[in-house]
Design a protein around this ligand. Structure first.
Ligand SMILES: Cc1ncc(COP(=O)(O)O)c(C=O)c1O
Length: 365
């Protein structure tokens, strides 16, 4: 049996009819950039996340970058975040002209609020927690710290559509929050896309201008902007998928629970905390035998991934930040023990059973 990590072709073909009908309509309307479908996707996000405003842009990275710009964060400023995220978290901070300041994570792979205060300086302007894997970062202590030091919170919710913390969806805790619609995300486009959410009217208005060259109407601008417009086609595709999102998350959670039930004896499985709903964008196990297990699974036709094998502070591009090996022991240790198993909503029970059987067999030997 072959078990690919994801199966985007299958996912796309299941919704082919609905998506093609939307595309046909867009052809007829000639409505290709921003437009009605983008507005309706923004409304979907507003409703889903329980926020007042959402603004579609052309990637999750741009969403983070524009969030920082909308808060005037740039040259000379510092933003606290984690080094175990996807590179884009730090890239967006660098692109804004500010400096990422890293904090180690807890066992759950999310920012450790107890380590944040010691990193705050006069230059700190924001905390950017990442809800890595679709598990929520511990937002209440972070909000308390942010309040005490007058810092902004920008959630990197790229991996956490549908995740809940104390009854509220991620993407509703920070001043501006950012999602990715990359094809590998749970809610995905057929290309790049991103979304920002906020409850602040004036930030919303700034973001609307930033994404469209700074224009506030057809011909006037009061700020220099960027081109980060979301395509109508991508928005239309995501709108079709939005209707299935809750079912997909439910399925992912069932898959996760099945893994937990059958694998916790042999590997460390992710746990859901009290007052949390994890959306399982990724299902990351941890084991000292990671490399051998990954090879064994590959030989048996099971594709797995590592998110991420090289922490950001150890990337060559991060050299100028002055970090070294040993600075973030939990992140570094996890980068050697983590393994992402297939978790997507279209996995079949036979595939799940096959993965479980092979992992158990590996540890028996
Ligand atoms: C945690 C995290 N932040 C940011 C991004 C950037 O999103 P995008 O690829 O849409 O630019 C991603 C995903 O790619 C991500 O996983």
């Amino acid at each position: 049996m072959k078990v690919p990590y994801v199966n985007l072709k299958e996912q796309a073909s299941l919704l082919k009819k609905e998506i093609l009908a939307k595309i046909e309509k867009i052809f007829k309307d000639g409505d290709f950039i921003l437009g009605k479908e983008v507005k309706s996707l923004e409304e979907n996000f507003e409703k889903y996340c329980g926020v007042k405003y959402a603004v579609g842009v052309n990637s999750g990275t741009d969403a983070l970058f524009l969030a920082l710009k909308s808060l005037n964060i740039g040259q000379g400023d510092e933003v606290i975040t984690v080094p175990n995220s996807f590179l884009a978290t730090a890239t967006s901070i660098i692109a804004s002209g500010s400096k990422p300041v890293f904090v180690d994570v807890k066992e759950d792979m999310n920012i450790d609020p107890n380590r944040v205060e010691s990193k705050i300086t006069k230059k700190t302007k924001a905390i950017m927690p990442v809800h890595l894997t679709g598990k929520p970062a511990d937002m209440f202590p972070l909000q308390q710290i942010a309040k005490k030091y007058k810092l902004h919170i920008i959630e990197d919710a790229a991996q956490s559509i549908g995740t809940e913390y104390h009854g509220k969806k991620t993407g509703s805790f920070g001043i501006v929050n950012c999602f990715s619609l990359h094809p590998l995300k749970t809610l995905n486009a057929f290309g790049d896309g991103g979304m920002m959410t906020t409850n602040d009217r004036s930030i919303y208005e700034t973001l609307i201008q930033f994404r469209n060259i700074g224009l506030k109407n057809r011909s006037e601008s009061d700020l220099w902007g960027y081109n980060s417009r979301l395509d109508t086609l991508q928005a239309a595709i995501v709108n079709v998928k939005f209707k299935h999102l809750n079912d997909w998350i439910k399925k992912r959670r069932e898959n996760a629970s099945y893994y937990q039930q059958h694998l916790s004896e042999v590997v460390q499985c992710p746990k859901e905390g009290e007052k949390e709903v994890c959306s399982y964008h990724l299902f990351v196990i941890q084991t000292e035998e990671r490399n051998a297990l990954q090879n064994y699974l590959e030989q048996n036709g099971i594709e797995t991934k590592i998110h991420y094998p090289i922490p950001i502070h150890l990337q060559k591009c991060a050299k100028e930040l002055g970090y070294k090996k040993g600075d973030f022991p939990n992140v570094e240790k996890q980068s050697e023990t983590i393994l992402s198993l297939p978790i997507h909503q279209n996995l079949k029970k036979t595939q799940l059973d096959f993965i479980i059987e092979k992992i158990r067999k590996f540890f028996k030997n």
